[in-house]
Design a protein around this ligand. Structure first.
Ligand SMILES: [Zn+2]
Length: 144
């Protein structure tokens, strides 16, 4: 599948991509007030200070909302329609949320989860797939 891959050497996001390459899901934590944040951002939304560290997440979350894609922006995804896009709230850092694809197994296609199974509240776990030398993308897999 031809994908548009993220830029991994961006000042604000490279910590996320380095951890992803190691199979770790991380979010930023403000070194001034302790607020966790995602997506990565140059300053804290709570106290406006710039310092941050990267903290590991459990990798578990629940589908907060979802939509099925029938007409993808990129032609390479047409073969997989309809497929769900999920917005996952992190179990250990609510209300932080990540958008992504849902997969039945770590290597399955993005349309591999039965449509009837895709529901708000579905518990999921992050899995990472290597997509390039410096890029591993997070996907979400249902867990019981
Ligand atoms: Zn702060």
């Amino acid at each position: 599948m031809a994908e548009v891959l993220p830029k991994t050497d961006d000042e604000d996001t490279e910590g996320f991509w380095k951890a992803a390459k190691q199979g770790r899901l991380v979010v930023q934590k403000c070194t001034s007030c302790g607020e966790a944040r995602f997506p990565p951002h140059p300053y804290c939304g709570k106290c406006r200070k710039t310092g941050h560290e990267w903290i590991d997440c459990s990798g578990y979350g629940r589908v907060w909302t979802y939509a099925f894609v029938y007409k993808p922006m990129l032609p390479a995804f047409e073969a997989y329609t309809p497929f769900p896009i999920v917005y996952v709230e992190l179990e250990d850092h609510p209300p932080l949320r990540l958008a992504g694809n849902l997969v039945a197994t770590p290597d399955a296609d993005i349309n591999s989860v039965d449509q009837d199974r895709v529901k708000i509240g579905l518990r999921v776990k992050v899995v990472f797939r290597d997509r390039a030398e410096d890029v591993a993308l997070p996907y979400w897999m249902p867990v019981e």
